[in-house]
Write a protein that binds this ligand. Structure first.
Ligand SMILES: [Zn+2]
Length: 207
């Protein structure tokens, strides 16, 4: 019953407190992320989805920060390891903003082109990260009846390990799957994904 849930969430977040969310928009600039066989770059899909998600969360009266709103990396220009510099600056950003939670939007890739479906990852042993991931995953399954994936623990992703607040990584789909790539670049599907993620976030925040 999404409408009831939405109404309730709206009410409670306006009257209790304003939550801060950080939306992590990975890759950008010289780092395209995953690239589909048709040349679709992950960094652009991530940003499109994050912008819609930001709109949906703002509509729920949450304060949202994007780590990037343009095609740029957060790395320092004069360092040899741009990837590490980028990640470190993102962690610094999360710490400075003191967010209640961090959502990192990615696209997946796998040698087997039939792999498909969104999947949410949480930090092993972190109950808040796990609860957030499970709520988001459950909501994501409602927009794709073919997706049987479950929220999954991970103890090695740099962002999950070093983020000061509960964090999740949402792999929205596989750029290695041509059919899914087509959907991932469709603005209506991007909106559906973002809306589903926002519902998962709202459910988590009100538990
Ligand atoms: Zn990525």
């Amino acid at each position: 019953m999404p409408f009831l849930v939405l109404f309730f969430l709206c009410f409670s977040s306006i009257h209790n407190h304003q939550y801060l969310h950080n939306l992590h928009v990975p890759h950008g600039g010289s780092d395209p992320g995953k690239v589909s066989t048709s040349g679709i770059e992950e960094k652009n899909v991530n940003l499109a989805i994050a912008r819609y998600l930001q709109d949906y969360l703002i509509a729920q009266d949450y304060t949202v920060f994007l780590t990037r709103d343009t095609d740029c990396g957060l790395y320092d220009e004069n360092v040899s390891n741009k990837k590490r510099s980028d990640l470190n600056n993102r962690i610094k950003f999360f710490t400075e903003k003191n967010a209640d939670l961090v959502i990192s939007i990615h696209q997946n890739s796998y040698p087997d082109q039939t792999q498909h479906g969104a999947q949410t990852f949480y930090y092993t042993g972190n109950d808040n990260s796990k609860a957030l991931a499970e709520n988001i995953q459950e909501s994501l399954l409602s927009i794709d009846s073919t997706n049987k994936r479950k929220a999954k623990a991970n103890d090695s992703y740099y962002l999950l390990k070093h983020c000061p607040s509960p964090a999740v990584i949402v792999e929205c789909g596989f750029l290695s799957n041509p059919e899914e790539t087509e959907r991932l670049t469709d603005s209506n599907y991007q909106k559906n994904l973002s809306y589903a993620i926002s519902i998962g976030v709202c459910r988590y925040m009100n538990k």
